[in-house]
Design a protein around this ligand. Structure first.
Ligand SMILES: NC(=O)C1=CN([C@@H]2O[C@H](COP(=O)(O)OP(=O)(O)OC[C@H]3O[C@@H](n4cnc5c(N)ncnc54)[C@H](O)[C@@H]3O)[C@@H](O)[C@H]2O)C=CC1
Ligand SMILES: O=C([O-])CC(=O)C(=O)O
Length: 335
């Protein structure tokens, strides 16, 4: 009998706890949550244990059989033993941005947190598939790929599913149709230069460009590109309902071996890298997700203007990768 898959989630903050809660209610895998303690004066709280217990009672109330456990870890990397043999590890640990910040502003603080966690993943779940959420996500995915030594097919960044969902939301509102009937892909880096692929986006099979006038479409693209920032400005911290749902889409595709085509940030090199003009770093492209992770990188056709947008997006990711390289170099020389 096949064992139930185990999904470990490191970082049970806004995104992590919603990923856990969605998987728990869907019931397709068991969950182990990891987070650090919270100090309040002399008192030390263990929110991760409380959240897991609360979710356990939630699934009991819903008659769903999902096993959920929470574990307190230290920032230095102690307490990760229960991660052992996890099939998938989702990393959402780290700082979210506040109004006025860019995702790149989080790089230095979050790469430190990530490197400790990756060392533990290597130790306890060396055969797992990693899903990276922590921002700046393309750079963190690249860092996770480098630090883990995992094959590129097992290190996947979440962004494109979220960005595409945002684009679909705005199109659905504009055309007053169900988002279910919209196919819209957003690829490139998870930043202001991301690339909505208008030429292959459609609503009920009808090309998007035939349904929405150019000016309006440009407005929707702009709103998608700054979709994360719009929410940061409203909430004072970043989004989590849609990001969590996007992660769960990816996890479900892996667990059920569904071979869905989803835009994800992956390491590009070789033939696919040549097609996309990327040599040795991570950017969002459509991929086929199955039981073994990334089973295929899809070479999506682009119009000339989309290719130009793509090149700009890639350049901006590349600049941050160069900064991260220095930090990663420092990490390996200070080991
Ligand atoms: N890729 C994407 O599209 C998205 C990325 N994000 C990113 O995800 C990350 C998490 O966002 P939120 O959940 O909103 O933040 P949050 O602050 O609510 O949660 C982060 C959690 O990480 C934990 N943490 C911090 N250091 C840790 C360590 N050393 N070990 C284990 N846990 C640790 C914190 O205690 C906290 O519970 C941020 O970097 C954010 O920018 C958020 C939304 C979308
Ligand atoms: O905006 C942020 O910082 C979080 C994120 O990546 C998003 O919601 O797109």
């Amino acid at each position: 009998m096949a064992m139930r898959k185990v999904v470990s989630i490191v970082g049970a903050g806004n995104v992590g706890e919603h990923v856990a809660s969605l998987i728990a209610t869907k019931g397709f895998a068991d969950i182990r949550l990891f987070d650090i303690p919270r100090k309040d004066g002399d008192k030390v709280f263990e929110p991760v244990k409380g959240k897991a217990l609360d979710m356990k009672q939630m699934v009991a109330a819903m008659d769903v059989d999902t096993k959920i456990d929470g574990f307190t870890v230290t920032p230095e990397g102690e307490g990760y033993e229960p991660m052992v043999d996890s099939d998938i590890v989702v990393i959402t640990a780290g700082f979210p941005r506040r109004p006025g910040m860019s995702r790149e502003d989080l790089l230095e603080a979050n790469i430190r947190i990530l490197s400790t966690i990756i060392a533990r993943v290597r130790q306890y779940a060396p055969n797992s598939i990693l899903i990276i959420v922590t921002n700046p996500v393309d750079i963190m995915t690249y860092a996770a790929f480098k630090l883990s030594g995992f094959p590129a097919s097992r290190v996947i960044g979440m962004a494109g599913v979220l960005d595409s969902a945002r684009f679909k939301t705005f199109i659905a509102e504009e055309l007053r149709v169900s988002p279910k009937d919209i196919h819209a892909y957003v690829i490139g880096g998870h930043g202001d230069e991301m690339v909505p692929l208008i030429s292959i986006s459609n609503v009920g099979g009808i090309p998007l460009k035939d349904l929405i006038p150019k000016d309006k479409l440009s407005e929707l693209i702009e709103r998608t590109r700054f979709g994360g920032g719009e929410i940061v400005n409203l909430m004072g911290t970043s989004a989590y309902y849609a990001p969590a749902a996007a992660v769960v889409d990816m996890v479900e595709a892996l667990v059920t071996n569904s071979r869905r085509i989803l835009p994800c940030s992956v390491y590009l090199d070789g033939e696919a890298g040549e097609y996309y003009g990327v040599k040795g770093f991570c950017v969002g492209v459509p991929v086929k997700l199955g039981a073994n992770g990334v089973e295929e990188i899809i070479k999506v056709p682009m119009l000339e203007e989309e290719r130009q947008m793509w090149n700009r997006s890639v350049e901006s990711v590349k600049r941050s990768i160069e900064i991260a390289e220095v930090m990663l170099g420092e990490k390996s020389t200070s080991k």
